[in-house]
Design a protein around this ligand. Structure first.
Ligand code: FHN
Length: 466
């Protein structure tokens, strides 16, 4: 019997004996933590506001093409209905000789991103790490290097939080159910035992946290099939937190996500909502959420997909999301050789140039106290000295713009963020503060930011975070 089939049996016994989230041992219920405890745990994540998503695996080898179709991505095995034995041949072709973990991490850092979420295992089941419970992993490829280990070292060296995406669905593991309809004949589920798969997941999550951690976030996905339940979601939320109590877990560990909108009812477990490829109209006071989006139209690398979002669009997406109190997780799909696509690199570096000057109007901000104005967005930050900074993101700066900020308090200071010596004159009336925008400035091509400093009592006078 090949190692990988014997493993679930040994594993099940091993975990039961160790009481490692197995039978018998009472696990702490982390869902009962206080609001203050959760706020403390979420603080770095809320400060960060901007992260990099990475979808990488065997699917980067075909790069979206199978037969005559060139529109596939990370789900190519299922979408192109590739029989398992055929798909497994990709393992022998995976040899990303130009992979350089530090290069990836430095690109994220230069873009102004504070954390990286990488697919440790997507729905094809292939592991980018050296797993002791399967040989369907990167150590069985010609590359033979532990990609996640190299990434964890580079993240520690560069001060970037490392986070792992982990798919609940697994189209390779013999005990994962249900099978795809199209492959039921050629790959029957005879003898499949979903409980073994649960133990396999627990063993891998333990490997990921104990061998590569401490981690920032465990980002679950592919939770929608009928074999996954709310009860399993609660069990796995507590299991992961038992391995690293301060880890953050997204809401896709549970079943409640309302599709791509990404939010779930309060009774569901998971620390933050996960809107995907869309932005909620407004934030939700007291609710943590993160929008994940592709740069083009695919999560995994697709060589034909040149439909990359412009830098202007990406910066406006970031500002819109943050102005509503959310985080932005922007995806890169690396190529089969281990390099980021050049279009992705160019976008990341241009965002980074803007963030170098304007990052203070993004990091650690709270949702805007005002509804979105037609000239751009507001972000706001408590400065901790009894004052707040209110940032006006003017997407298309014209000195003739009539901007009235609906506050009755006279700002202590008003300036351009790019050059705080460039003061902004203003007048006040009963409704607010009217800015007199200077003519002789070089507007930012994407978003010119004006900074107002106010007394914190300002917060008391506004419906915070609507
Ligand atoms: O089906 C996956 C998809 O491949 C990708 O990983 C996204 C990223 O959030 N999640 C699922 C679709 O919701």
């Amino acid at each position: 019997m090949k190692r990988k089939f014997l493993v679930p049996v040994i594993l099940g016994v091993f975990l039961c004996i160790l009481g490692d989230g197995g039978f018998g041992e009472e696990m702490k219920d982390f869902t009962k933590e206080s609001r203050e405890e959760k706020e403390r745990r979420m603080q770095w994540w809320k400060e960060a506001r901007f992260g990099m998503f990475i979808h990488w695996g065997l699917y980067a080898v075909p790069a979206g093409k199978w037969g005559d179709n060139t529109n596939y991505g990370e789900q190519i095995r299922d979408e192109a209905r590739i029989p398992l034995e055929e798909y497994e041949k990709l393992r022998e072709q995976f040899n990303p000789k130009e992979f350089n973990a530090r290069e990836w991490v430095v690109f994220a850092k230069r873009a102004g991103m504070k954390y990286i979420v990488i697919t440790s295992k997507h729905i094809d089941g292939f592991c980018l790490f050296d797993s002791k419970v399967t040989d369907w992993d990167v150590m069985s490829t010609p590359f033979k290097r532990d990609i996640l280990k190299e990434l964890s070292v580079a993240c520690k060296e560069e001060g970037i939080k490392l986070c792992f995406y982990y798919a609940i669905m697994d189209l390779h593991h013999p005990d994962y159910l249900p099978r795809r309809e199209w492959e039921r004949e050629i790959r029957p589920d005879t003898g499949a035992n979903f409980s073994n798969y649960i133990q396999y997941m627990k063993a891998q999550l333990k490997e990921l946290i104990q061998n590569y951690g401490p981690l920032g976030v465990l980002w679950f996905d592919a939770e929608w099939e009928n074999t996954w339940t709310h009860e399993l979601g609660v069990e796995f939320y507590n299991y992961v937190r038992s391995l690293q109590p301060d880890i953050i877990v997204n809401n896709r560990v549970d079943k409640g996500r309302a599709g791509m909108s990404g939010f779930a009812p309060a009774e569901n477990v998971g620390d933050f909502g996960t809107p995907e490829q869309e932005i909620p109209e407004t934030g939700l006071p007291g609710v943590y959420w993160e929008v994940c989006m592709t740069m083009n139209n695919h999560w995994g690398y697709n060589a034909e997909d040149k439909n990359y979002k412009s830098t202007k669009e990406l910066i406006h997406l970031l500002v819109d999301i943050v102005s509503k109190g959310g985080n932005f997780l922007l995806n890169v799909g690396p190529m089969g050789n281990g390099k980021f696509p050049p279009e992705a690199v160019s976008g990341l570096l241009q965002i980074g140039e803007w963030m170098k000057i304007n990052g203070e109007s993004i990091y650690g901000t709270d949702p805007s106290p005002f509804s979105k104005p037609e000239w751009g967005r507001y972000t706001v930050k408590r400065l901790g000295n009894g004052r707040v900074a209110l940032y006006l993101h003017i997407f298309d700066y014209k000195p003739s713009l009539k901007i009235k900020v609906p506050i009755t308090q006279k700002p202590i200071n008003a300036c351009l963020l790019v050059d705080k010596s460039q003061q902004i004159e203003f007048e006040t009336d009963a409704e607010g503060v009217i800015l007199k925008l200077p003519y002789m400035i070089e507007p930012d091509p994407y978003d010119t930011v004006v900074r107002l400093e106010l007394e914190e009592k300002f917060i008391g006078t506004v419906n915070w975070g609507k």
